[in-house]
Ligand binder design. Sequence first.
Ligand code: CMP
Length: 141
Amino acid sequence: ANERTLSIIKPDAVTKNVIGEIVARIEKTGLQVVASKMLHLSREQAEGFYAEHKERPFFADLVKFMTSGPVVVQVLEGENAIARNRELMGATNPKEAAAGTLRADYAESIDANAVHGSDSSASAEREVAYFFSADEICPRT
Ligand code: CMP
């Protein structure tokens, strides 16, 4: 089915100056960027976005990292977009990420892992709405 998913280019990748390289890799898979903006997340924004991880031991470090610098948030659209973007990203831990994936190529650690992508249709729906209003999403006509 045609799907939308939320992608975040995290502070480590923005600092490395590879926003364009990552977006090019996303576009090469055939997914379309239908919304895009740069943000420096506040603590409240990061905590709200990652609320499902609130009780996890890494939560404080995750919020600290995600607020450490600007991020690029994007909505990607296409057939099976959620799974295709996750396949492109590779495993959460770059040590386990398959060769040729974004995390294998750009991530340093499980915390500084270059990109985020929604993991299910329910989270995609929530995550897209968390950052974008309907009028900020611009599908091809
Ligand atoms: P992300 O896909 O953005 O979702 C939550 C993030 O928490 C994850 O990527 C990792 O960067 C970070 N994280 C840190 N430690 C862990 C862990 N042990 N398991 C899962 N995610 C972790």
